[in-house]
Design a protein around this ligand. Structure first.
Ligand code: FAD
Length: 418
């Protein structure tokens, strides 16, 4: 038997691609290596599944720093608002949370995955679980998918939706890159993105700040010329190996790229009081110290930054915590403010790609049509999702990219099969 469309990979991109192909009446099969579909989708967004974002399209593209602009054409056919309507029609209403993030009202990622599976089944598509694909033979009339079991399946169109290399226990182990290469495609450098960062500074090694969360700080990445490459104002966390948390994840790809470019260490700056500049903070604290002259410096600065961080910064600057506020020297106060506003964290590495949330790099977008997701090199071969060289910040942007590219790939794979 020859299928019209064979989709390899049952993540969000593959599920959506198979649905879109089956909706067009194509004889569709979804082939998944694992024993269940949507494993990564189920653990995304802390198990609640951050399906998409309600931000305007322009903003969504901005939040996909890895080739987000490639998605403009696809977005004109199927965008975030279409994703929201799509799930509502499947009986999974979504609700908006902070930063435009959209979650199922039920707070259950399982509902999202199940709705996709139900829809796929009701459209009559075949689902083949526990069927790892080991190779693809590309042909002029049809392609042949070869399973690890030795079984061969023929299909007119093939959609590769096998994901990247991040968090491999979900099934995404980078299997698809050799298939794409075989078809003549370029795989751009693969690297971890949305990944915690390692530092070997003394305060990390001796775990002084381990477990401390800083809320709503501005984290910046500096390049070799001390120019700010990117800044993000969000929460962050000190860990036993370095730093993590939303601001760090967002900044991580820039640090990773500088390290890959040959820098031994990359400087990140933490601004723990972003609402005022250094001089404004200096003036504010000086006035404050006049009012609380007899209080200890530690007490009079209470609430400015978390107490543990303050103690650490006072200690670092050799300012006794019980020093009377009035007695702090101008020079010591300036040094303290410098650290509150621009504390240096030096990064020497990130956690490996397996521990990253998202894979940077992948099938080069230069060789894929942005309007159809079709290979420009080989007929009736399509790509969607994280296997492509597209990566966004966490916050629903990767899942949006996966669903949108999946939708386009599925429709076009079906049309090209006839
Ligand atoms: C913990 C975690 C949290 C995340 N949170 C967010 C978030 O909040 N917002 C966001 O936008 N993104 C988030 N992401 C990223 C997002 O989940 C992925 O970008 C998205 O799942 C990619 O979809 P995909 O369909 O391309 O690939 P995947 O979801 O990786 O699916 C690929 C599928 O292909 C299958 N496969 C692989 N090889 C083969 C083979 N040889 N044969 C058959 N099948 C194969 C795999 O088993 C897998 O099921 C998170 C990721 C993780 C790990």
């Amino acid at each position: 038997m020859i299928y019209d469309v064979a989709v390899i990979g049952g993540g969000p991109s593959g599920l959506m691609a198979a649905i879109a192909a089956a909706e067009q009446g194509a004889k569709t099969i979804l082939i998944e290596k694992g024993n269940k579909l949507g494993k990564k989708l189920e653990i995304s967004g802390g198990g609640r599944c951050n399906v998409t974002s309600r931000l305007p399209k322009e903003e969504i593209i901005k939040h996909i720093p890895g080739n987000g602009r490639f998605l403009y054409s696809a977005f004109s056919v199927f965008d975030n608002e279409d994703i929201i309507s799509f799930f509502e029609e499947l009986g999974v209403p979504l609700k908006e949370e902070d930063h435009g993030r959209m979650f199922p009202v039920s707070n259950s990622a399982k509902d999202v995955v199940q709705a996709l599976i139900n829809q796929l089944t009701s459209l009559g598509a075949e689902i083949k679980l526990q069927s790892p694909v080991s190779a693809i033979d590309f042909g002029a009339e049809q392609h042949t998918v070869i399973l690890a079991s030795g079984l061969k399946l023929s299909s007119k169109s093939i959609i590769i939706a096998a994901g990247g290399k991040a968090v491999p226990h979900t099934g995404s182990t980078g299997d698809a890159y050799p298939w794409a290469k075989k078809a003549g495609h370029t795989i751009t450098d693969l690297y971890p993105t949305e990944v915690p960062l390692r530092s070997n500074q003394a305060f990390i090694k001796d775990r002084t700040l381990q477990g401390l969360a800083l809320r709503n700080v501005t984290l910046s990445v500096k390049d070799q010329f001390d120019k700010t490459l990117v800044s993000h104002r969000m929460d962050m966390l000190f860990t036993h190996f370095g730093i993590s948390g939303p601001a760090v994840l967002r900044c991580s790809q820039y640090a990773v790229k500088l390290l890959k470019g040959g820098q031994d260490q990359v400087k990140l700056l933490i601004d723990a009081y972003p609402d005022l500049n250094e001089e404004q903070l200096y003036q504010q604290l000086k006035q404050q110290f006049v009012k609380s002259a007899t209080k200890s410096i530690k007490n009079s600065l209470k609430g400015l930054v978390p107490e543990r961080y303050l103690t650490f910064l006072l200690d670092k600057n050799k300012i006794a915590t019980d020093l009377k506020a009035a007695n702090i020297s101008q020079e010591a106060l300036r040094r303290l403010i410098k650290d509150i506003k621009a504390f240096e964290v030096w990064i020497y590495d990130s956690l490996p790609i397996e521990k990253a949330f998202v894979t940077g790099g992948g099938v080069s977008i230069k060789e894929v049509s942005p309007t159809t997701m079709a290979s420009k090199l080989l007929d009736r071969l399509f790509f969607c999702g994280e296997v492509l060289d597209i990566h966004g910040y966490t916050g629903g942007y990767n899942i949006t990219a996966a669903l949108v590219t999946g939708r386009i790939a599925g429709q076009n794979a079906a049309w090209h099969a006839y």
